[in-house]
Design a protein around this ligand. Sequence first.
Ligand code: HEC
Length: 103
Amino acid sequence: MKKYLLLLIIIGTITSLADTIELYKKCAGCHGENGEKQALTKSKVIGGQEANLTAKELTAYRNGELDQYGLGNIMKLQTSILSDSDIEELAEYISKLDVNASK
Ligand code: HEC
């Protein structure tokens, strides 16, 4: 019984990681596959950025409360479909990106 539970947890983790990778694909167009690009030449490089900060920024963009370089509306649109847990998982994922990784 315990083994099945563990298996379920592992499958759950893998499924949610796959979802996050899928979600990040939308971001990669501007921020780079490894978060290595400055989006539209304006943003910071986000790969490896601390998860708490990223989550805070994404939530603020979603609420229309953040506009750092005059392009906050673009990020408002990008984050409008994200749930709180999407944001947390994306932030965690981005914190582990290696901007020096080759594609
Ligand atoms: C169409 C291009 C585009 C896409 C797609 C996009 N972004 Fe952005 N992102 C930007 C721009 C432009 C900014 C700077 C906005 C501003 O003026 O504050 C930004 C800012 C950010 C920042 C803050 C960086 C900083 O400089 O502090 C984070 C974090 C971020 N984006 C994450 C994401 C995530 C996660 C996704 C996918 C859900 C995403 N972005 C999709 C263009 C994009």
